[in-house]
Design a protein around this ligand. Structure first.
Ligand code: ATP
Ligand code: MG
Length: 113
C-alpha cells in the first residue's frame, strides 16, 4: 500500500479530478494549502496576483492505493496537472503501513478501495 500526495496548482484541480475519474480512482482527500517551492514564491504569479509572503495557494490531493494503482494514479495526476511551467507541483509517494475502515474494522488492502 502506498500513500500518494500531490501538491498541484489550484487551477489544475478540475483536470486532475477528471483524469482520476477516467482511471477509476475515486477515493481521495482534497485540501487547500499554502506552499513554497524553490522559487520561494517570488516569480510565480497566477492571474497577476501574488499571495502573501512566500506562500502560494496550492491544492493537496491525498490518495491511498494498493500497489496496482500506484502507476495509474501518478499518470493521471501528471496528465491533469502538468503545464510545463514552474509551480506545476510535486508528487510524494510513501509506503503506507496500515489502513482501517472504521465502520467495518477491515484492515489493509480491502480497506483501501
Ligand atoms: N521539498 C518539498 N517539501 C514540501 N513541499 C514541497 C516541496 N517541494 C515542493 N513542495 C510543495 O509543492 C508546491 C509546488 O512546488 P513547485 O512545483 O513550485 O516545486 P519546485 O521544486 O519549485 O519546481 P518548479 O521549479 O517546477 O517550480 C510548493 O508550493 C510546496 O507546497
Ligand atoms: Mg516552484
Amino acid at each position: 500500500m502506498k500513500l500518494i500526495i500531490a501538491i498541484i496548482q489550484p487551477h489544475r484541480l478540475e483536470d486532475v479530478l477528471k483524469e482520476l475519474d477516467k482511471a477509476e480512482i475515486h477515493l481521495k482527500t482534497v485540501s487547500n494549502v499554502l506552499g513554497c517551492g524553490r522559487q520561494k514564491g517570488r516569480t510565480e504569479v497566477y492571474r497577476g496576483r501574488k499571495e502573501t509572503g512566500n506562500l502560494l495557494k496550492k491544492v493537496r490531493i491525498e490518495i491511498a492505493v494498493n500497489e496496482g494503482f500506484v502507476r495509474p494514479t501518478i499518470d493521471a495526476v501528471m496528465r491533469g496537472a502538468k503545464t510545463g511551467n514552474i509551480g506545476d507541483g510535486k508528487i510524494f509517494i510513501t509506503d503506507l503501513a496500515e489502513c482501517i475502515r472504521i465502520r467495518t474494522e477491515e484492515r489493509g488492502e480491502v480497506a483501501i478501495g
